[in-house]
Write a protein that binds this ligand. Structure first.
Ligand SMILES: Nc1ncnc2c1ncn2[C@@H]1O[C@H](COP(=O)(O)OP(=O)(O)O)[C@@H](O)[C@H]1O
Ligand code: SF4
Ligand SMILES: [Mg+2]
Length: 355
């Protein structure tokens, strides 16, 4: 793997759960992020996927220092950035920028596009002197495929895809090294999603960026990710190179998510086994003991309730060097039954074979 630019270890964010208005009493905690580990290589894209509520946005905010973790560390180029303040914090924030999910609500409707894209320069005037800002903003609009003459327009004059381009231009303004994109295409029409993803892929090489690309659907991150991490209830349950995750998943949750991904080939669609997950996602305020996926896992056994499975290469695959040898937090990790091949043609009973 490339030299790490971001190393995340034991990242935790718990929100206190309180009761009472005047005398707030803590009655528990929402374990939004509950022990996340991963490394992002320079120039790499890590896809992070999981159902709504599993803690993806909280991870994004922690990475961008918009929230402080309850525990754990985030290292940016080797330096722990989780306890910084003042100037040092400001400098790090400049380098790790976020692109938000919803282009309809994340842009201030009363600001012009020029002001929106140039706003980061107000906080970091050292990046662009005042007299140079308009030109910089126009350059950024051009880079994301918008007409530089649009600087004086307002967000409502743009389509969803164009607004997300504005959000991306703003994310680029400070020339960050890392962009954390929190479901950047989830609110867009399917036809527009690919355009925005292609734009982000192009910008990655042009600006030498490393990406954390968040999505709730595995199919969206496939083409842009070098590696993919699958989250469930505040943790990564499986992580590996994209071919390892898409073609050789060993965690039951990933296998279930993949079985629901649309397959264009009708024959393959017929043959594959659809895994329907039963039961609801448990509350992050009340996480099951042992393996947190066990209440929905069809393979769960007694051990699963007693022992937390570590996110590591499962013993069965250790030393094999094959694509199943990637980290998976399951006591009984195994490769999914391969897609059942089409039934062989039945020989005809009358022996009237070919030839
Ligand atoms: N500020 C907060 N206070 C309390 N609970 C929160 C807060 N932010 C998020 N949560 C809870 O943490 C969990 C994870 O949320 P989030 O990170 O937004 O998930 P995702 O982005 O995967 O949908 C959810 O149950 C959510 O309700
Ligand atoms: S550890 Fe047990 S409950 Fe968890 S995913 Fe594996 S088999 Fe299922
Ligand atoms: Mg979210």
């Amino acid at each position: 793997m490339a030299e790490p630019i971001l190393e995340v270890t034991g990242l935790v964010k718990h929100y206190p759960l309180t009761r009472g208005v005047l005398f707030k009493k803590q009655i528990g905690s929402v374990k939004a992020v509950d022990g996340v580990d991963f490394t992002l290589g320079r120039g790499e894209t890590l896809g992070v996927v999981g159902e709504s509520g599993c803690g993806k946005s909280t991870v994004a905010k922690l990475l961008c220092s918009l929230e402080r973790p309850t525990a754990g560390a985030i290292r940016f180029k080797g330096e722990d950035i989780t306890r910084l303040s003042g100037k040092a914090l400001k400098a790090v924030r400049r380098n790790i920028q976020m692109v938000f999910q919803d282009p309809y609500t994340s842009l201030n409707p009363r600001m012009t596009v020029g002001d929106i894209v140039g706003e980061p320069y107000e906080i970091h005037p050292e990046v662009a002197p005042r007299g140079d800002r308009r030109r910089r903003v126009q350059e950024l609009l051009d880079v994301v495929g918008l007409d530089p003459e649009y600087v004086n327009r307002y967000p409502h004059q743009f389509s969803g895809g164009q607004r997300q381009r504005i959000g991306i231009a703003r994310g680029l303004a400070l020339r960050p090294e890392i962009i954390v994109a929190d479901e950047p295409v989830s609110a867009l029409d399917v036809s527009v999603q690919a355009q925005v993803i292609n734009l982000m892929a192009r910008l990655q090489s042009e600006f030498d960026l490393s990406y954390v690309f968040i999505a709730h659907d595995l199919s969206i991150v496939r083409h842009i990710s070098d590696r993919v991490g699958v989250m469930y209830l505040g943790r990564i349950v499986e992580i590996g190179r994209d071919a390892e995750i898409y073609d050789h998943p060993t965690h039951p949750y990933t296998q279930a998510l993949l079985s629901a991904v649309p397959v264009p080939d009708p024959e393959a669609r017929e043959r594959r086994e659809r895994i329907i997950l039963t039961g609801d996602v448990p509350s992050p305020a009340d996480i099951p003991s042992g393996c947190r996926f066990r209440t929905r896992c069809w393979k769960a056994q007694r051990r699963c309730a007693q022992e937390v499975p570590a996110l590591a290469v499962p013993e069965a695959f250790r030393g094999t060097g094959g694509p199943a040898a990637h980290a998976s937090a399951c006591h009984f990790a195994e490769e999914a039954a391969p897609v059942t091949p089409a039934a062989p043609e039945e020989p005809r009973p009358d022996g009237d074979g070919p030839g």
